[in-house]
Design a protein around this ligand. Structure first.
Ligand code: UP5
Ligand code: MG
Length: 190
């Protein structure tokens, strides 16, 4: 993987902040490949892998799956794809995820998009999403918010101290959020 030297942007933000929605827009306009760590883990459950039950239980509790599992899935997805530009959505979620990914892959992100959104807006979005996600119930949503504040915000702080965070007001309508995102991508892609 170190040989491939892919360009990686981490896309972070609380549950329901709009990471997946905005990644789809970025893919269309800027030619990145979107890798959602959560989607890869949910696909792993569906595939009936030996880790499936463990992953399912962690997601139901809003807990963070052991980093070796998630990192293996991300590495495989990067290697299987010919593209050299990736959006990694929803990972790293804690300091251990972050340190392990850097140590295992040697990849340091170009920058970090941080979708900043108030909890009440995120809660409203998740409760009305209706895509059958097992973690979109109020009990699990509250657990996800707690884990985000306690474990994931410190990762964003880490990258902020390195000047790598591009913070976006994600409470606005989808189109307005994307206008801000577009402006952040355009200069680095030229
Ligand atoms: N929506 C989006 N943008 C909107 C806007 N601007 N205005 C109004 N509505 C907007 O959006 C959520 C909903 O809001 C959608 O209905 C959308 O139309 C609407 P979405 O783009 O899906 O938001 P996103 O931030 O992607 O929300 P998601 O629920 O996917 O975030 P999570 O971070 O909670 O979920 P993820 O899939 O990343 O992780 C799920 C679980 O997997 C974790 O809790 C954890 O248990 C596990 N996990 C790990 O253990 N390790 C990992 O590395 C990753 C995940
Ligand atoms: Mg998502």
């Amino acid at each position: 993987l170190a040989q491939k030297k892919p360009k990686v942007v981490f896309v972070l933000g609380g549950p329901g902040s709009g990471k997946g929605t905005q990644c789809a827009n970025i893919v269309e306009h800027f030619g990145y490949t979107h890798l959602s760590a959560g989607d890869l883990l949910r696909a792993e459950i569906k595939s009936g892998s030996e880790n499936g039950t463990m992953i399912q239980n962690m997601i139901k509790e809003g807990k963070i799956v052991p980093s070796e599992v998630t990192i293996k899935l991300l590495e495989k997805a990067i290697l299987e794809n010919e593209n050299d530009k990736f959006l990694i959505d929803g990972f790293p979620r804690n300091e251990e995820n972050r340190a392990a990914f850097e140590a295992v892959t040697g990849i340091v992100p170009e920058f970090v998009l941080f979708f900043d959104c108030p909890e009440e807006e995120m809660e409203k979005r998740l409760l009305s999403r209706n895509q059958g996600r097992e973690d979109d119930n109020i009990d699990t949503i509250r657990k996800r918010f707690k884990v985000f504040l306690e474990s994931s915000l410190p990762v964003i702080e880490h990258y902020n101290s390195k000047g790598k965070v591009r913070k976006i007001d994600a409470a606005k309508p989808v189109g307005e959020v994307f206008e801000t995102v577009k402006a952040l991508f355009t200069p680095v892609d030229e």
